[in-house]
Design a protein around this ligand. Sequence first.
Ligand code: UDX
Ligand code: ADP
Length: 473
Amino acid sequence: MINKVRNICCIGAGYVGGPTMAVFADKCPNLNIFVVDKNKQRVDAWNSEDLTKLPIFERGLDKLISKRRGKNLHFSDNFKKYISEADMIFISVNTPTKTKGLGAGKASDLKWVEASSREIAEYAQGETIVVEKSTLPVKTAQTIKSILDESQSINKDKKFTVLSNPEFLAEGSAIADLEFPDRVLIGGDNLDSINALVNIYLNWIPKDKIITTDLWSSELSKLTANAFLAQRISSINSISALCERTGANIKDVSLAIGTDKRIGKEFLNAGPGFGGSCFKKDILNLVYIYDYYGLHHEAKYWEKVVEINDWQKKRISNLIIEKLFGTVSGKKIAILGFSFKANTNDTRESPAISICKELINEGGNLFVYDPKVSHEQIRIDLNLPEARQEQDLNEGSWSYATSISEAIKSSDAIVIITEWEEFKYLNWKEIKSKMRNPSWIFDTRSIINICEAEKYGLKVWSVGKGSQNISNF
Ligand code: UDX
Ligand code: ADP
């Protein structure tokens, strides 16, 4: 079996593959790493001289790319060559929720994983360790294995082992998460292959942080970790609604419960609902698996986490409409933040999408500003062309704003959806002078200084902040 890995190929140059391989290349200068993607445009962007054109925005990523690219880190669309030369191949392709067919709306669509497995089966040479990195439903390794076993049985020169090595990085802090992970999880049934991957990680991760398990437990752990994190957010969001009704403050409640070390303080920020490519998809995968095994009560338990998340978004758009006298028709609303969280340009499952769609459906004219999300991405997500001229501002439209001041000018309301740093310390005096009366701020992240905004006559709704005037029941 392979005891020295030299050449690595990573299939998929996305949010997982790109940053992960950049850190691998930096920490292991002796490895040659080739990241391949079928999307030529994406590969070109990774190879762009201008580092602001990288397809992904992550703090510190540009530095790593400029340090390692062309040395031991390469981006290419030539699968055949780099798969055939690799000792170890990572599969980091996308696995969205199926939109049609069996398991639609719940199960992951594995067509890209299957396609990558077939590419590996066809082009790999000799002994190859295949590592699944994408977030995948339990037992996907089995699918990969079956495809590879078949090719192995036809061509005796090919030998494959499959490992699961789920990625726990969070977008926005991907590089730090990869450099200093809480743990590295490796699942597999071939000790030599497990050790080959452990040896790579040992270049920068202490041994006691590397957990090895069987394939299935590793895959299930990834889904469970995301489900638990998402469950915390739905729990705190459900308490935020109660705070608003009864006059409590969610920030105080989060602080108070978070100091209990059994609960812990992370992931207790109430907000507009969780987004991102993983949480919803992973819970729906769990639900699908439970249902498959006839565990319908357990499936319902997890399904509720997603339902509460959807409700939080709907609850927020409803209350915006209610507070603006029951209608947003023809009103100008500034949307601050479109990415699913701060420090990323990713909009997948962003709560901004559904909140904006609801407000547009109700006739609002939205002016959307986000420091990192492109104009084109917002158009795709809202599935609506932009209103470019004043005369295009029909009831129910959106326009792209290049600055906060452009977004808020003559607006009736500001809705803060992403917790970008630049939205935390706004000049409320100046803002008030540019808005129409009454001027509303809807702070779905609870990041602004409410007293300061109210001092200048703004009306503020902040998630989970009940009014002290509410009489107790
Ligand atoms: C998540 C997991 O954290 C990561 O381990 C896994 O590999 C991929 O999925 P990510 O989706 O990048 O990472 O972001 P995360 O920081 O977990 O946030 C997910 C969503 O929850 C965001 O929309 C965020 O705004 C929201 N969130 C997070 C809250 O609303 N409140 C919190 O307290 C924390
Ligand atoms: P993730 O967040 O899981 O990294 P992304 O969508 O950001 O997901 O990236 C996945 C990448 O995988 C995309 O750039 C896509 O073009 C690429 N990809 C999908 N299927 C294949 C395949 N069979 N071969 C090569 N690349 C693929």
